[in-house]
Design a protein around this ligand. Structure first.
Ligand code: ADP
Ligand code: MG
Length: 315
């Protein structure tokens, strides 16, 4: 077992009277991709901001590479790279100039900096566009420059805060692939997201965060086993019909443990998905609700969140 590069114990962060992070504990092993998965407002950005020394903690302890985040912030900053949720780029500068600016902030200069910028431009796939102004870039390209800034000083641990929010599917694909490639080359990553698909694709381990608490922590297999031996039956309801009416009725069917609505789908958790298909169709017919598709799925991280909170991950 690899040693942890990051260890967090009972971390608390208050904003005035409001407690945004309520005593969370987890560690990240060298070489891992660890995801913090949780809905908007769960406390992901607050956690990352405290761990990256941007905000002070209210309580608890955290070490990175064996150094206290709170007592030795300057040392910790050398070890970590930060890709914040908000872009910090100058639109009138080129990608190369932006990287140069941030590189100097990290005390890089001269030939070392020039070489490093070229390497990073390769890593983020922007070598060809490096001399164009950032204002001509797509949202996804800007995101990639943002990632490049986080990589300049060769961090051992990269913090990425929802790096795919608000960009097109193609750029999202490029970013997810580059996270995997960086990890393959040895980078440890703390990745936050509210998209369970991303956590599923990337993570070795996942912490599920909700209302400032870590409500589950483990490998994906460990988390999915929390849903038990249950199966997930997913019903796609016609857009013109109200799925909630059917979901409420389904909750009264024997064997249905949960039936929750997300958009026009009903996700049902049950020990016997096959066995509840007939009663489901019967109920839908009685209520005059049209089901467009029925699918039996293995429990995914969305089902885990639903199981633990009774709510959907997305707003
Ligand atoms: N600077 C702040 N002052 C007061 N409350 C804040 C501040 N930043 C975040 N919050 C609140 O803390 C909670 C967690 O926010 P945040 O860490 O941004 O969550 P996430 O990144 O998971 O969406 C939210 O309820 C948010 O409104
Ligand atoms: Mg956030």
């Amino acid at each position: 077992m690899m040693a942890p590069i990051l260890e967090v114990q009972n971390l608390v962060k208050k904003y005035g009277d409001f407690t945004a992070v309520k005593g969370i504990s987890f560690d990240i092993k060298e070489g891992e991709i660890f995801s913090l998965l949780g809905p908007n407002g769960a406390g992901k950005t607050t956690t990352i901001s405290v761990l990256s020394t941007l905000y002070t903690a209210t309580g608890g302890s955290a070490t990175i590479g064996g150094h206290s985040v709170f007592a030795e912030p300057m040392t910790v900053r050398q070890i970590i790279g930060i890709v914040p949720q908000e872009l910090a780029l100058y639109d009138d500068l080129t990608a190369r100039e932006n990287l140069s600016f941030w590189g100097q902030m990290y005390n890089l200069s001269g030939k070392t900096l020039a070489t490093r910028i070229n390497e990073v431009l390769e890593q983020i796939g922007l070598t060809d566009k490096a001399n164009q102004r950032v204002k001509t870039y797509s949202g996804g390209m800007k995101r990639r420059v943002n990632i490049g800034v986080g990589l300049l000083h060769r961090p051992r641990l990269l913090f990425m805060d929802e790096p795919t929010v608000g960009i097109d599917p193609q750029s999202r694909r490029a970013i997810l692939d580059s996270v995997k490639e960086l990890n393959r080359q040895g980078m440890t990553v703390l990745y936050t997201t509210h998209y369970m698909e991303e956590a599923q694709e990337l993570s070795d381990r996942v912490g599920i965060i909700d209302h400032g608490e870590l409500i589950a922590l483990g490998t994906q297999a460990e988390l999915k086993s929390q849903v038990g031996q249950n199966e997930t039956l997913v019903l796609a309801v016609a857009e013109t019909d109200d799925p909630q009416i059917l979901a409420d009725k389904l909750k009264t069917v024997p064997g249905v443990l949960k039936a929750d609505v997300i958009d026009h789908t009903i996700t049902t958790i049950t020990p016997d998905a096959q066995g509840i298909i007939s009663p489901t169709i019967l109920l839908a017919n009685q209520l005059g609700i049209k089901i467009n598709a029925i699918d039996i799925q293995e429990p995914n991280l969305e089902a885990v969140f639903l199981h633990l909170t009774g709510r959907a991950l997305r707003d």
